[in-house]
Design a protein around this ligand. Structure first.
Ligand SMILES: Nc1nc2c(ncn2[C@@H]2O[C@H](COP(=O)(O)OP(=O)(O)OP(=O)(O)O)[C@@H](O)[C@H]2O)c(=O)[nH]1
Ligand SMILES: [Mg+2]
Length: 453
């Protein structure tokens, strides 16, 4: 891993535009010198003092609070200076310019957090949580990001790593002293301990999937023949008359997107044109767009009509849906067939739900099913943490290696094979906290941050 760059960086840390307060943040070894140029002598550590701030020609341009955090007790671990002035773009621009004239250079996006990571103040999952907290789009997402920032997720990963490393150590010892027949670890204990690791990893994966949904949400597409009630369902879920509903088949042409939240789970729900062959070029384009939206969805709500049941046309469409995307089969208009809302399963194991979008019956069943499909099942929001796709990939890899190790152990196969799988799973888990991450990965992660963070 590269050492922290020794140069000094500066940035306007508050958002662009005008505001009551604006902040310039500086980090690096030249901080004391820059402080001298902009605001006079260094103030006592971590104590706010009122100072006038000067531009690069030494002219006072603002006055405000000055804060100094000497290394290592600062966000980045380096000497950090914060100038809290008035939030006008001109004044803040002049202060940034003055900092650069005194030896700093403008920071890249995320560079403060990157330094905090490189200096060991936070690990990679925590650094990512900083960005997640800033980007949080709901209260639950913000709370989960804070938990990650405070190290909840990292601690869980570390706990798993500790046990994994302990098993590896015992196994490697047994390998080293194989000739001496020391019973370091019996095949049965080994199998039990690896099985335990698999379980912990599975739990962690499930919770991480939940955390990822909180952050990224899920795209849900509504599909089906014309007139089955797709737009009615969209309106019902959105709680608004977003789409035109009419008894005329072929009403919807364009894709219509609504952002909704179910118990903190952010969803983008897409209404699509009714799927059928048509001579009308506009409708044909609508159907083409519908198929393309279905290919990209993460969950498909396929509607048919309960009074008619599944028609041959419905079955034909179902067979053409992307097979790797979960599809819920919704039998709508159950108010007409006078049958109660109900959950069931078809022969292919697909979940079926009888409901009525117009009458608002069975909506709670649908919402529960959507949450389940999103992996959004943990009971309380307390222990939640945010996670990203990259964390899930790493957990997935670790899980795959651990399962192989478990299978080898169950068949009492060569300990070398088991040791190798354990090594691979540790490598995957280490990527989460960033202990062994490529520079390329780090560059990509921090580049997505905002400037000044
Ligand atoms: N009785 C009853 N009628 C419904 C229900 N859902 C929808 N409808 C009616 O069915 C007709 C078609 O509804 P839409 O929501 O426009 O259907 P759609 O699937 O979007 O149709 P296209 O956009 O043409 O593909 C309208 O007259 C709705 O009022 C329901 O649950 N019960
Ligand atoms: Mg419609």
């Amino acid at each position: 891993m590269k050492p922290a760059a020794p140069d000094t960086i500066a940035a306007i840390a508050t958002p662009p535009g005008r505001g009551a307060v604006g902040m310039v943040r500086i980090s690096g070894p030249l901080t004391p010198r820059i402080c001298q140029a902009l605001a006079g002598d260094l103030p006592p550590p971590r104590r706010a003092v009122l100072r006038s701030f000067r531009d690069s020609s030494g002219q006072p341009v603002d006055q405000g609070l000055l804060l100094y955090f000497p290394s290592p007790r600062s966000y980045t671990g380096e000497d950090v200076l914060e100038l809290h002035g008035h939030g006008g773009p001109v004044v803040l621009g002049l202060l940034l310019q003055a900092a650069c004239a005194a030896g700093a250079r403008p920071a890249r996006p995320g560079e403060f957090s990157e330094r905090a990571f490189l200096n060991g103040c936070i690990d990679l999952a925590q650094a990512e949580a900083v960005a997640d907290l800033i980007d949080a789009s709901s209260r639950s997402a913000a709370r989960a990001a804070l938990h990650s920032l405070q190290g909840e997720f990292s601690r869980r990963v570390q706990g798993l790593l500790d046990e994994l490393i302990a098993v590896r150590a015992d196994l490697e010892a047994a390998l080293d002293f194989a000739d001496e027949e020391v019973p370091w670890i019996t095949p049965q204990t080994l199998h039990e301990r690896i099985a335990g690791l698999v379980e912990i990893t599975e739990d962690l994966s499930r919770e991480a999937a939940h955390g990822r949904r909180l952050r990224e949400g899920m795209t849900v597409a509504i599909a089906g023949r014309p007139n089955v009630g797709k737009s009615t369902l969209l309106n019902r879920l959105a709680g608004a008359e977003a789409a035109i509903v009419s008894p005329h088949a072929g009403t919807t042409r364009d894709l219509l997107r609504e952002h909704i939240t179910i118990d903190g789970l952010p969803l983008t729900v897409i209404d699509t044109a009714g799927l059928r062959d048509s001579d009308d070029p506009v409708e044909r384009e609508g159907v083409r767009r519908a198929w393309s939206a279905l290919e990209k969805a993460e969950l498909i709500l396929f509607l048919a009509e309960d009074p008619q049941g599944l028609t041959a046309a419905d079955a034909g469409l179902l067979a053409k849906l992307p097979q790797d995307i979960e599809t819920l089969l919704l039998l709508n208009k159950c108010d007409l067939s006078a049958r109660p809302p109900q959950r069931g399963q078809d022969e292919q194991g697909r979940v079926t739900l009888r409901l009525s979008a117009a009458a608002g019956q069975g909506l709670d069943l649908l919402k529960a099913e959507i949450k389940r499909a999103a992996g959004f099942t943990s009971a309380g929001a307390e222990g939640l943490f945010t996670a990203r796709a990259r964390h899930l990939d790493a957990l997935h890899q670790a899980k795959a290696s651990l399962r192989l190790a478990r299978a080898h152990a169950a068949r009492n196969e060569s300990p070398e094979l088991i040791a190798e799988e354990l090594r691979l799973s540790q490598q995957a888990l280490d990527e989460i906290t960033g202990r062994f991450s490529s520079e390329d990965l780090l560059g990509r992660i921090f580049a997505s941050f905002c400037i000044g963070k």
